[in-house]
Design a protein around this ligand. Structure first.
Ligand code: AHG
Ligand code: MN
Ligand code: MN
Length: 322
């Protein structure tokens, strides 16, 4: 099985970018190790702090953020980072070519139940000729990403990565501490009979999504010619991984549950990287009204509605929004 760095070299990925991803993976291996130590390493539970989103930070949110942040800022390759757990961008090296957005630990509510969590990342280049480190540098649409991926800390630890040439999956071999290629080309099936949504929010959705999901539930007794199954891991990283692995539609739609926060998922470090992966695997990713990767961001922590997955199913869902 091939190690992950030579695979990227074969793909003619820029050497600095390979080095950056490899550096990032060093921190993910550390997170993986600590997570698997679990209760033994005193890493479960919450801190007394809240992040900028008003969410209580788990100990592991903070540890993961620190590990990734430190290694990236010391790498010499990164101009600045934007993280879910940092209020503002954090500057790195003056000559760094890259900007990295990340969700250090996605699915925090799963930590204490020993269930799926992951790290999501998105890499862009500093726009030509720009000096210093500013938030404006980060405000580029998702189409500008040069790499995106996630590390899923499941029964095995896997890296799913795109540099714009398809999606590959690697599995961490703990005996040698290396990510080895385990799936050369992840492709999302065009059709599916599986959907993922937090059903408890149903009454707060807008009309098109209410109608679409109730038609899925009605299955072949309604307007559809097949029946559907439902899954919800409550970690986008786990739900999107299932979609990439066996197809499906995943959505976190706009809702009115909390009028101050109509959307849950964050554009820069959740929706954009996942959209890049999904599109590279032949799927579709949209807000319902716009391709996610074409959104012009206005701030690093902005939130967005997400509908992604199997092409024909997402297109059907988008039909309800017309
Ligand atoms: P995070 O743990 O990084 O804050 O993200 C959690 C997100 C996302 O991963 C998941 O799809 C969603 O929250 C789950 O939301 P519900 O709690 O509404 O199911
Ligand atoms: Mn998240
Ligand atoms: Mn998180």
């Amino acid at each position: 099985m091939q190690r992950f760095v030579p695979v990227l070299r074969n793909d003619n990925v820029d050497l600095d970018l390979i080095s950056l991803i490899n550096t990032l993976m060093a921190s993910c291996k550390e997170i993986s190790f600590r997570l698997h130590q679990g209760e033994l390493a005193d890493i479960l539970g919450s801190t007394l702090d809240e992040n900028i989103q008003g969410e209580t930070q788990k100990k592991l949110d903070v540890i993961s953020n620190q590990l990734i942040k430190d290694i990236l800022l010391e790498s010499g390759l990164v101009r600045a980072i934007a993280s879910e757990e940092e209020d503002t961008i954090v500057a790195g090296s003056e000559n760094g070519r890259y900007l990295v957005c990340f969700d250090p630990l996605d699915g925090s509510s799963n930590i204490d139940i020993n269930s799926l969590v992951g790290t999501i990342f998105s890499i862009m280049e500093v726009p030509e000729g720009q000096t210093g480190a500013t938030e404006e540098m980060f405000l580029q649409p998702g189409t500008q990403q040069v790499a995106a991926g996630y590390v899923l800390y499941g029964p095995s630890t896997q890296l799913v990565l795109t540099t714009g040439n398809g999606v590959r999956q690697y599995t961490l071999d703990n005996t040698i501490g290396e990510f080895l290629l385990t799936n050369e080309k992840m492709i999302i099936s065009e059709d599916t009979q599986e959907f993922a949504v937090n059903m408890s929010n149903q009454r707060f959705w807008q009309a098109p999504m209410q109608q679409y999901i109730s038609d899925l539930i009605a299955g072949d007794t309604g307007t559809r010619d097949k029946n559907f199954n439902m899954r919800w891991i409550a970690a986008m990283v786990g739900d999107v991984h299932r979609v990439l692995t066996r197809g499906g539609i995943f959505t976190y739609p706009t809702d009115t549950k909390n009028p101050k926060q109509p959307n849950k998922l964050r554009l820069m470090y959740e929706a954009n990287p996942m959209s890049f992966l999904v599109e590279q695997a032949g799927g579709v990713s949209s807000t319902g009204y716009q391709r996610i990767m074409e959104i012009q961001p206005t701030e690093i922590h902005q939130r967005v509605a997400v509908i992604l997955g199997s092409k024909n199913e997402v297109d059907t869902c988008l039909g309800y929004h017309k």
